[in-house]
Design a protein around this ligand. Structure first.
Ligand code: AMP
Length: 196
């Protein structure tokens, strides 16, 4: 199964991706996690991405496309994967399409988590507080000021993907405002129906 989770920052993509990993035994490919790992490791990519990420803007298409192209060739992706936070632009959407076509595979489903913007800042603040309480590092971009920019980037560059995938007949929408278990259950139903 090859799946994309689409939705603004704080929509719950990471949480739901993790549950899908557990259920289906396929990896979660989060470009945000991969970029943070590069920043942490101080690689060339990490050095170029850091300031852009801290500002809540999008890293260049060339960088993220290259990261994903390399990642999907790893053996653990053979049975499928969940793309979380990628693609985020139309250029990336075309790139993933081409990448998969080159490998003779295709996307199965795109799930859009539909959420109320007003609730999102609260979720991000909560995520930062929970990370802190658990002694984990708090993401530099999980604060209300940077969040506004991340949301603007989403509407400007990522939201057009909703129409893109709708036109391809791949888009399924799920209410992301329901509680976490209810969202998981709805995603399960959507995937089961899509598989028929
Ligand atoms: P995320 O963890 O998905 O919220 O991503 C955190 C940050 O990483 C974003 O605000 C961007 O700066 C960068 N990023 C992650 N994925 C992408 C992507 N597909 N395209 C461009 N930038 C990305």
């Amino acid at each position: 199964m090859r799946l994309i989770l689409l939705g603004p920052p704080g929509a719950g993509k990471g949480t739901q991706a993790q549950r899908l990993v557990d259920k289906h035994g396929i990896p979660q490919l989060s470009t945000g996690d991969m970029l943070r790992a590069s920043v942490q490791a101080g690689t060339e990519v990490g050095k170029r991405a850091k300031a852009v990420m801290d500002a809540g803007e999008l890293v260049s298409d060339a960088i993220v496309n290259a990261i994903v192209a390399e990642r999907i060739d790893q053996p653990d992706c053979a049975k499928g994967f969940i793309l979380d936070g990628y693609p985020r632009t139309l250029v990336q959407a075309d790139a993933v399409e081409a990448m998969l076509a080159e490998r003779g595979i295709a996307l199965d489903t795109v799930i859009e988590l539909v959420v109320d913007d007003k609730a999102l800042v609260g979720r991000i603040v909560k995520r930062a507080e929970e990370a802190q309480a658990a002694g984990q590092p708090v993401r530099k971009d999980d604060n209300p000021a940077v969040f506004e920019e991340r949301l603007r980037e989403y509407y400007k560059k990522t939201a057009p993907l909703i129409g893109y995938y709708y036109a391809k007949g791949k888009l399924k929408t799920v209410d992301g405002m329901a509680n976490i278990d209810a969202v998981t259950a709805e995603i399960g139903r959507v995937l089961a129906a899509a598989a028929k």
